[in-house]
Design a protein around this ligand. Structure first.
Ligand SMILES: Nc1ncnc2c1ncn2[C@@H]1O[C@H](COP(=O)(O)OP(=O)(O)O)[C@@H](O)[C@H]1O
Ligand SMILES: [Mg+2]
Length: 222
């Protein structure tokens, strides 16, 4: 599903403070795989996920997702690809505090030309899957950490993505909620989703969810 070839990311390219965050990354990921990226803080995990997620462009190299060269697409095409193919889950949840759970979950549908019926059915499906339906009208800022993550999971699923990208998803969760997060990822994997997780949480070590652990060090795969 994903092929990375000679991928390199240089932050502040050409400037005095330029920094090579990733270099020489070659990697293939199969559809339906769950891959964990490990490495100390600063090793390039978030940079790699943001490139695969089409949120930033590489300095060199290519990224193919479903045969689409996403680094070469114009921004509007990448945005559409991102909205319809990828679900993002972040460490700090990235919810909009003053919006309700329902409004947060629906934000990735705003730019899509879909009917109200379709929007409603997507909402019901995603909220039920993530077990957050009972908090639909609660404002995001009034949720517990575990509920925030469930809301973020529902939002990531709203457009039925084939690829889930989670950056340090359990860093702000207790053990119980972390295990619940993993259970939810197992259900998504059973549906054939491809799942990429950046983490240094030991909880993912030797877990049946995880097919492969890839170690990053100073921007390289070791
Ligand atoms: N926008 C940026 N500008 C300059 N340097 C950056 C930027 N983003 C990340 N970096 C640097 O790139 C390196 C890798 O960062 P990151 O991918 O966030 O690592 P990780 O997620 O593994 O902690 C770090 O040294 C970080 O300081
Ligand atoms: Mg990071």
């Amino acid at each position: 599903m994903i092929t990375l070839t000679q991928l390199e990311k240089i932050h502040n390219h050409g400037a005095k403070n330029e920094f090579v965050a990733l270099r020489g990354i070659n990697l293939s990921i199969e559809r339906g795989e769950c891959v964990v990226f490990k490495g100390v803080s600063g090793s390039g995990k978030s940079t790699l996920l943001s490139l695969i997620g089409g949120m930033s462009k590489p300095s060199h190299g290519s990224i193919l997702i479903d045969n689409l060269p996403i680094a070469k697409l114009p921004d509007d095409k990448v945005s559409h690809f991102r909205l319809t193919t990828i679900g993002f889950i972040f460490q700090s949840f990235n919810l909009i505090d003053d919006l309700s759970v329902r409004e947060n979950i629906l934000t990735p549908t705003i730019c899509l030309n879909i009917s109200e019926e379709e929007r409603e059915s997507r909402f019901q499906r995603a909220a039920e899957f993530a077990n957050i339906t009972n908090k639909s009208s609660t404002r995001a800022k009034d949720l517990s950490g575990g509920e925030k993550q469930r809301c973020a999971i529902a939002r990531s699923l709203i457009n039925n993505p084939t690829l889930i990208i989670a950056d340090e998803p359990t860093a702000n969760l207790d053990q119980r909620n972390s295990l619940y997060f993993i259970e939810t990822m197992q259900k998504l994997k059973a549906l054939g989703k491809t799942i990429l997780i950046a983490t240094h949480d030991e909880i993912f070590e030797h877990h049946v969810l995880v097919d492969r652990i890839i170690h990053l060090e100073y921007g390289e795969i070791i």
